[in-house]
Design a protein around this ligand. Sequence first.
Ligand SMILES: C[S@@+](CC[C@H](N)C(=O)[O-])C[C@H]1O[C@@H](n2cnc3c(N)ncnc32)[C@H](O)[C@@H]1O
Length: 407
Amino acid sequence: MREDVKPKVVSLFAGCGGLDLGFINAGYDIVWANDFFPEAVDTYKKNIGDHIVLGDITKIPSSEIPNNFDVLLAGFPCQGFSIANKKRSMEDERNFLYKEMLRIVKDKKPKVFVAENVKGILSIEKGKVIEMILNDFKKLGYTVDYKLINSADYGVPQQRERVIIMGNRLGLKNEFPKQTHINTTNNKQSTLVSNKLKPHVTVKEVVGHLNDLWISYDTQKHKSKKIHNHIARVNVHDKFWGRKHPVNQHEICDYLKYWRNKEGISTKKVDEHFGYKHTAGHWFRKDNNSGSIPNPDDWWKLKKLLGFDDKFDKKVTELELKEIKFEQSLRINNWDSPSDTITATGPEIHPNKKRRMSVRECAIIQTFPDDFVFTGSLGNMYKQIGNAVPVLLGEKIGKVIKTKLLK
Ligand SMILES: C[S@@+](CC[C@H](N)C(=O)[O-])C[C@H]1O[C@@H](n2cnc3c(N)ncnc32)[C@H](O)[C@@H]1O
């Protein structure tokens, strides 16, 4: 392909456009994109372009998608596959959204495709899901590979492990970007030098300058630079209702198990009684590591069901207002290393402010540029960012495909 010709891209499940922006930065032209999340589509339009179509991909016929593009991108939804989602299985219908990607690969035959998903995809149904996906694409004549990539190793200030699936119908070996950064606490200086690797980028390096800037919905100025979306959830409390008395989790779980067995009630029945799954699994530990103490309401409900005595009532149900020890739990604890994964739900609490990490701070950690402005409610902005592929990683994937596959 000639240097000045931009390869054409169609992007499914484009969200607010993290992966797409990465590809644009690598010299691609996105000709068509789609998502059904209105706020994300709004953000995409404002920052990237009007070529995104709002709608459910399962309802869009292939005839409405352009022909003759080079690369298909598809960050197909990960909820169904996520290890955070205990219900994940082959039955979860979201798992089958990759079939939409398969349909478009079949109908349009792009030279290359790239799909992104969570690490959990490798282990669902003991690896059967990933095998099924790879085989489905191979049957269409593509050479398919995948790689588990941690964004921090590619210069993103964030630990984010994701699976990148790549396929091409050019008879070439799929190529993934080369690692550029490394964790220096576990590796000697000599490893860095010999591999020409740089140290991981830290949270402080990238967002430290926003430390003393007030959060605001309005665009602000910091050292003549415009700061957009430096807005954050402030539901950060110093106190919480905690148990008044020390309680030993194992003791309580064993106790509950004893009464459940005595009553001859299966864990399945307990789940049915409570109306949601996993309650039983949490409370009746099977080993010495798992299990949890029911909250007071659930404790009283369990008491009715299992008929146990009063031995632990006081210990489990009496609560008092307690100080939250931020350092121990909630606050971001890796200010001097890459951030934990930025997720689509609640971001971590700022290390020294009474607020969560701001939308802008999360966006910076996801390597969105400073002039990329998010729209929608606060929760929706966090969601768009947490869903995205880090822009820098997208760019690196785009570059390697351009030089090695579309040459
Ligand atoms: C993991 S996110 C993709 C993020 C994107 N690749 C990026 O880098 O910003 C998955 C996206 O799929 C979208 N989605 C889920 N089901 C969809 C459907 N049936 N039709 C269209 N979009 C869908 C969600 O709204 C979400 O934005």
